[in-house]
Structure formats: structure tokens, C-alpha cells
Design a protein around this ligand. Structure first.
Ligand SMILES: CCCCCCCC/C=C/CCCCCCCC(=O)SCCNC(=O)CCNC(=O)[C@H](O)C(C)(C)COP(=O)(O)OP(=O)(O)OC[C@H]1O[C@@H](n2cnc3c(N)ncnc32)[C@H](O)[C@@H]1OP(=O)(O)O
Length: 243
């Protein structure tokens, strides 16, 4: 993901610059795997393949899982937890569960920084959710809408220069959010009070407002993030960070 920064937030720019523009074969291969696995996930939940074919497909997928599972696993952290990238060679947030191209469970939401007509900085997230994200028939599952808000609001709050973790996230679902259609999330900072960064966001399908959210982020000491990353690398399974 390239973040085409139109902002002059030097703090965020310096982080984004440190990840962007670096290309590597390793990153390309991870992104290919992520894209192909995402396509498999989509087909798995929506395939009309004949039953006799399903066993063959299951055999093939089990073989792939076995092949990749033979290698040791462990995440690489450069900077921030969510900014884990594909091998330390560039790729800002390649493995984000929401926006990471290399993470097959990410829809993914494509993030960019922009500004609204009055010049205020905003984050824009563009995404089309496939069948794997279905909640009510034909609509996106509300939990995934909340996750997309957490991501775009999370990037917006980081423009404050003192990013933190989500303390509270509230979503109002106004209209069903359609599957298989391009959606646009927009997020901004509302105000900052000490460690508290208040944000708000909206999700549109065309001109239709389908959901809106507000969230409170609490700036965290970067040493806390480093500690979380350290725990994750030590245990290598990352399931239980010690706070
Ligand atoms: C992760 C950082 C990434 C940085 C990346 C930068 C690069 C840019 C990239 C960008 C895109 C990435 C996008 C990622 C987005 C995803 C983020 C997530 O999903 S985060 C996972 C879910 N959230 C948790 O797991 C938090 C768990 N909770 C905690 O760890 C703590 O509770 C925490 C940090 C939220 C606050 O703990 P305390 O000890 O630091 O805060 P105290 O000092 O006690 O409180 C400060 C003030 O805030 C209020 N406060 C704290 N928590 C509150 C709450 N839940 N609700 C309301 N107020 C709260 C308190 O009442 C206090 O207010 P008074 O100063 O007294 O007025």
C-alpha cells in the first residue's frame, strides 16, 4: 500500500516514508500469497463447485497448508504492532488484518490520506467486502464494519502525532451496507485532550450513509508498544501479550 500523503504531518510522514517505496521480492511473494489465499477464502464460502470436486480441492488446500506449515513462523515488527510488515523490507502495514494486502483475512481496506474541502486532514478507506464478510443476506457483517472503522479512525488518530490504542468504539448502523459494492470510509480527528484523541468516521455507499462511528483513542507510551511487540516475538504465537 502506498500512502499518498497530501499532509504535512511530519511525524506520520516519517513513519510512512520509512515503509513506502521499498520493494522486494519477499514482499511481492507475500502479497501474491495473500491475494491468492483471499481468493480461496472467497470461493470457499461461495463456491457452487460440484460435491465430488470439493474433496479434491480440500486435498490441494491441505497440501498447501502442510507445505507452508513446515517452515518456522514468527512475525517481524518494525515500528508498531499493526505496522508489522512483510519481512522488514518495506510494505507499511502489509499484514494488517484490515488493510494488509499480504494478510488474507483483510478485505483489504485501501487507505489514503487526504483533506476535506476546508483543508482538514482526513483518512479515506476504500473497500469492497466479498461474501466472506456477509452478515444479513447481501449485507456486510456489522463486526467487519466496526473493524474497518477501527482501522480508518486508528490511522486518523495517529495524525495527532501521539497515536494510541482504541479505548472505545461506537458504531451506528443506519442502513444495510451492501456486499460486493465499493464503500468509502472517511475518518477525522475531532479533538485532542491530553492523552485522549476523539475521532469520528462515516461509511458511504455512493451518496448513502450506511454507518457512522466515533472512537476514543488513548495515546500510549511507545515503550508499551515495544513491550507488546517484544512479548509477541518472544512467545512467537502472540496470543497473550503481557500488559
Ligand atoms: C496501536 C497503535 C498503533 C500506532 C500506529 C501508528 C502508525 C499509524 C498507523 C496506523 C493505523 C493503525 C490503526 C490501528 C488501529 C487499531 C487500534 C486497535 O485496535 S488497539 C486494540 C484495542 N484496544 C486495546 O486493546 C486497548 C486496551 N486498553 C488499554 O490498553 C488501556 O486501557 C488504554 C491504553 C486504552 C488506556 O490506558 P491508560 O492507562 O494509558 O489510560 P489512563 O492514563 O488510565 O487514562 C487516560 C484518560 O483516558 C480515560 N480513559 C481510558 N480508557 C478509557 C475508556 N475505555 N473509555 C473512556 N475513557 C477512558 C481515562 O479516564 C483518563 O481520563 P482522565 O485523564 O482521567 O480524564
Amino acid at each position: 500500500m502506498e500512502i499518498g500523503s497530501k499532509l504535512t504531518n511530519s511525524w506520520l510522514d516519517s513513519i510512512v516514508d520509512s515503509f513506502n517505496g521499498v520493494d522486494s521480492d519477499r514482499r511481492r511473494q507475500f502479497n501474491r500469497i495473500g491475494t491468492a489465499t483471499r481468493a480461496v477464502i472467497e470461493s470457499v464460502v461461495a463456491s457452487k463447485a460440484p460435491t465430488e470436486q470439493l474433496g479434491l480441492i480440500a486435498d490441494a488446500i491441505e497440501k498447501v497448508a502442510e507445505d507452508i506449515g513446515r517452515f518456522p513462523s514468527g512475525r517481524v515488527y518494525e515500528g508498531f504492532a499493526e505496522a508489522a510488515n512483510t519481512g522488514g523490507n518495506g510494505g507499511f502495514m502489509d499484514f494488517s488484518p484490515i488493510s494488509g494486502a499480504a494478510n488474507p483475512i483483510a478485505p483489504p481496506v485501501e487507505l489514503s490520506l487526504s483533506s476535506d474541502p476546508d483543508g482538514s486532514p482526513i483518512v479515506v478507506g476504500v473497500v469492497t467486502f466479498g461474501s466472506a464478510y456477509e452478515g444479513p443476506p447481501g449485507s456486510v457483517h456489522g463486526g467487519h464494519i466496526a473493524a474497518a472503522f477501527d482501522e480508518v479512525l486508528g490511522l486518523a488518530q495517529s495524525m495527532s502525532g501521539s497515536p494510541g490504542m482504541t479505548a472505545r468504539l461506537s458504531v451506528n448502523y443506519r442502513k444495510p451496507t451492501p456486499l460486493g459494492e465499493p464503500l468509502t470510509f472517511v475518518a477525522r480527528i475531532v479533538k485532542k485532550e491530553g492523552k485522549k484523541v476523539f475521532t469520528e468516521g462515516k461509511c458511504y455507499f455512493g451518496d448513502i450513509l450506511t454507518a457512522e462511528a466515533d472512537a476514543l483513542f488513548i495515546s500510549v507510551d511507545f515503550s508499551k508498544l515495544a513491550q507488546l511487540a517484544g512479548e509477541r516475538e518472544r512467545t512467537n504465537d502472540g496470543q497473550k501479550p503481557q500488559l
